[in-house]
Write a protein that binds this ligand. Structure first.
Ligand code: NAP
Length: 286
């Protein structure tokens, strides 16, 4: 293996420490809420990690749990509660919701001014317009991780594989914002020649959930590779990047320990920014 590691665990630790220092300067701690419906073990782990991160950063946190039998009206009522709770600056509904509940309706019921994940249509729309907005956590985490290791986004040709609404598509928007200035090729399952699109890129971000999709022959020597996909296999957690890629790439953000830890760090950063705005009595919530 020759690729240098884009160490998300280390970088997320640094960002979280910076956030904790900034939070300690505020008159009241920033508040983050979560709503977990049902008993999916994976989701429970994600929620627990978010509250642990809040405790370490000195944040106030609110952990709302609803049974798997909860109705859409129950979920909307919990969202309305957190929308109205002044101790909560940002919150999220942990996905996936149990079968029968409509995720889109739930996500759209969150006050866009408390949208910790940055995935509310209002915030995504502002991102399209290049207006100030809460940025989606995983795409923001990828950009920040690259910046901290000196990856030059400006002028880079970035191939994003996957056009999902949580990672690939908003990442394309972030990377092409004025000031970030990457040139992006967005690929998906209908892209005719994925290998040649990837080989032309200085940076490849793979967010498909297809274990081992990216192989060494698809990577230009020295390119930076961000693995985002998460698949649960018999051998454990696998990313979208095959093990041979590390022999060719110049940099690699691995699974685990790359982009994943950055996502929680960005959630804390978004919450801090919203809390600062609220405590300054700034822009009223939309
Ligand atoms: P998604 O909405 O299901 O999108 C997956 C995308 O991959 C789709 O655009 C799909 O193309 C594309 N795709 C599938 N097979 C492909 C192939 N063979 N070649 C090229 N493209 C292919 O998923 P998502 O929510 O964006 O998440 C993507 C992955 O990132 C998942 O594994 C998820 O678990 C992981 N993730 C990780 C983090 C983290 O913090 N590390 C956070 C969020 C998500 P079509 O559009 O044509 O179907």
């Amino acid at each position: 293996m020759s690729a240098r590691i884009l160490d998300g665990k280390l970088t997320a630790g640094e960002v979280r420490a910076e956030v904790a220092r900034a939070a300690a300067q505020l008159a009241r701690p920033p508040g983050l809420g979560t709503i977990l419906v049902g008993d999916d073990p994976g989701s429970a782990v994600y929620v627990r990690n978010k509250h642990k991160a809040c405790a370490e950063a000195g944040f106030h946190s609110v952990d709302r749990r609803l049974p798997g039998t909860a109705s859409q009206a129950d979920v909307l009522a919990a969202i309305a509660d957190l929308n109205a709770d002044d101790s909560v600056d940002a919150f999220l509904v942990q996905l996936p919701l149990p079968a029968g509940l409509d995720e889109r309706t739930a996500l759209e019921a969150v006050d866009p001014g408390k949208d910790g994940d940055g995935l509310h249509p209002v915030n995504l729309g502002r991102l399209v317009l290049g207006e100030p907005s809460v940025k989606p956590c995983t795409p923001k985490g990828i950009v920040v991780l690259g910046e901290r290791f000196g990856i030059a986004w400006s002028g880079a040709h970035v191939c994003v594989v996957g056009r999902g609404t949580t990672v690939g598509r908003p990442l394309g928007l972030l990377l092409t914002l004025k000031g970030v200035d990457a040139t992006v090729t967005m690929c998906h399952s209908r892209t005719p020649d994925l290998a040649s699109e990837c080989r032309r890129a200085d940076v490849i971000v793979v967010a498909t959930g297809r274990a081992g999709l990216l192989s060494a022959d698809m990577v230009r020597p020295g390119a930076a590779v961000f693995d985002v996909g998460i698949s649960r296999t018999e051998a454990g957690i696998a990313g979208d990047v095959g093990p041979d890629v590390a022999d060719v790439a110049g940099w690699i953000a691995p699974v685990p320990g790359g982009v994943g830890p950055m996502t929680i760090a960005m959630l804390l950063q978004n919450t801090l920014e919203l809390s600062r705005r609220n405590q300054a009595g700034g822009t009223p919530r939309s």
